[in-house]
Design a binder for this molecule. Structure first.
Ligand code: PLP
Length: 362
């Protein structure tokens, strides 16, 4: 029996990507042991990524490289700064939530970090672009496309002269089309929309490679990793292997355009249920910056009723719906609607929400 996993990550895999089959195929039938086989396999996965990114970005410009690295999004918080901070010694950060906050703190170990606007003190809001103070000499401008904990998405970014834009897309990679040519670097772990944890995808413009800080470890040096075709040391073969299967699944299901259509449909269904609940459910996030992927909500009024929220979670688990509890720093509920979560599963969730409301409203 299949359980419903609304967790923020590592996320579920598509049903068609069966781990039992994968185990058998990978470990029993196709054990990768010869260096040349491994290299060919990696080359194929990179080609596959480019094929998918053709759907995704329409095109991957020739002056970009896709790297398969390790260390997750957190590792990239450091590697971005280690590779780019040398340009001017300072960088601009837009902090809109937990993850961009962590990234800015990590970068401050390697150079001067300028917060382009004070972080909003009001939860569920983000500094308005008109208030951002951008430095034309910054090594790069950094932001997080989808704040997984806070449920905030930043969709439109102002280009500032030659300052490259660096974007954390950990929780939104492969969920919507993006114009890659606007970016200097895009990065994200695979564990939400692309497979199991273990691989970090870094898409990097070529001119941003080759000038890391002298203290940059070789394993985090984008230029070196690119020269090594993403095999500098023992790679996470199984994670890459499963990612390839998920990419095949994305392709078979209509590519990123279809993933985007599904993300819009699933999130609208949930937001409409919240909106139509007569304030029984509420979203703590400003309407124009609401995430399609990670959706926090409160039960029993705008500040939540903790007793009701506990009951809500207990009832959900009885129906085999798991991981709906919000992040401890935000509270309330959070439903993560990654690519492998189906529209029908979100329907089951909203049916439960409607039934729960009926039972607990006066
Ligand atoms: N950035 C975002 C937006 C995330 O959601 C996460 C993890 O959930 C991270 C970074 C950190 O990623 P990792 O756990 O791969 O280091």
């Amino acid at each position: 029996k299949r359980v419903l996993n609304f967790g923020a990550g590592p996320a579920k895999l598509p049903l068609e990507v069966s781990l039992t089959d994968l185990f058998f195929e990978f470990f029993v039938l196709r054990i990768i042991r010869k260096p040349q086989t491994l290299r060919n396999f990696f080359d194929n996965v990179l080609k596959m990524l480019i094929i998918i990114y053709l759907f995704y970005f329409r095109y991957v410009p020739d002056n970009y490289k896709i790297l398969l690295m390790q260390g997750g999004g957190t590792g990239a918080f450091a590697s971005v700064a280690l590779n780019l901070m040398g340009r001017s010694g300072k960088a601009d950060y837009l902090v809109t939530g937990i993850w961009s906050g962590k990234a800015s703190k990590e970068a401050a170990k390697f150079g001067k970090v300028n917060l382009v606007a004070p972080k909003s003190t009001k939860p569920g809001t983000a500094p308005h672009p008109s208030t951002w103070k951008l430095d034309p000499e910054a090594s790069y401008f950094y932001y997080c496309h989808n704040e997984t904990v806070d449920g905030i998405t930043i969709q439109n970014i102002r280009q500032t002269g030659n300052v490259p834009i660096v974007c954390d897309m950990s929780s939104s990679l492969m969920t919507q089309r993006v114009d890659i040519s606007k970016y200097g670097i895009i990065f994200g772990g695979t564990q939400k929309n692309l497979g199991p944890s273990g691989v970090t995808i870094v898409i990097v413009r070529e001119d941003l490679m080759g000038n890391p800080l002298p203290c940059c470890p070789t394993i985090l040096d984008y230029g070196h990793v690119s020269d090594m075709n993403s095999i500098h040391n023992t790679p996470t073969t199984f994670s890459v292997y499963v990612m390839e299967k998920v990419l095949q699944w994305v392709k078979k299901n209509g590519g990123v355009e279809e993933m985007e259509r599904r993300a819009i449909a699933k999130s609208q269904l949930l937001y409409n249920t919240i909106h139509n609940s007569n304030k029984f459910y509420s979203s703590p996030v400003d309407e124009e910056i609401r995430s399609r992927i990670n959706i926090p909500f409160r039960v029993g009024g705008p500040n939540g009723d903790e007793k009701l929220e506990k009951l809500f979670l207990q009832g959900a688990e009885k129906l085999e719906m798991y991981q709906l509890k919000g992040h401890r720093l935000v509270g309330g509920m959070r439903a993560s609607l990654y690519n492998a979560v189906t529209y029908e599963e979100v329907e089951l969730l909203v049916n439960y929400m409607n039934a729960f409301q009926k039972q607990h409203s006066l």
